[in-house]
Design a protein. Structure first.
Length: 121
């Protein structure tokens, strides 16, 4: 019985020393609330016309939302354009369009749009 009590005490002290010897890491709190969905449909009306190898003229419209501008190649297949309200990113390789509110960082749209499908290359 005395042996079991000693073993229990040693075990408890061992766990305490192990936890104090482990490195401390701060908990990262991630906001798990869903983002506000602004788009009324998953695919806004999108027009893209290739102006040059490094520029794509773009128009995106959905409800009251409207963007018209030129996307310029930044690197590889990535094209970016912006106005006072939003930043538009287009990946020519994956056909992915992402529209982000510049002030809040909220994503307005994230959808696939292939210029080849529209015949606007």
């Amino acid at each position: 019985m005395k042996f079991l009590a000693s073993l229990l005490i040693v075990t408890l002290f061992s766990f305490t020393s192990i936890t104090t010897a482990l490195p401390v890491q701060a908990d990262i709190i991630i906001n798990t609330q869903p983002r506000l969905i602004i788009a009324q449909s998953p695919t806004p009306v999108t027009y893209m016309t290739r102006k040059s190898a490094d520029e794509i003229v773009t128009q995106i419209q959905e409800g009251e939302f409207f963007f018209r501008g030129t996307l310029r190649r930044t690197q590889g297949n990535t094209f970016i354009g912006e106005d006072q309200q939003v930043r538009v990113m287009y990946d020519l390789g994956t056909s992915q369009v992402v529209v982000i509110n510049k002030k809040t960082g909220t994503e307005y749209y994230n959808y696939v749009f292939s210029m080849a499908d529209e015949g606007k290359l």
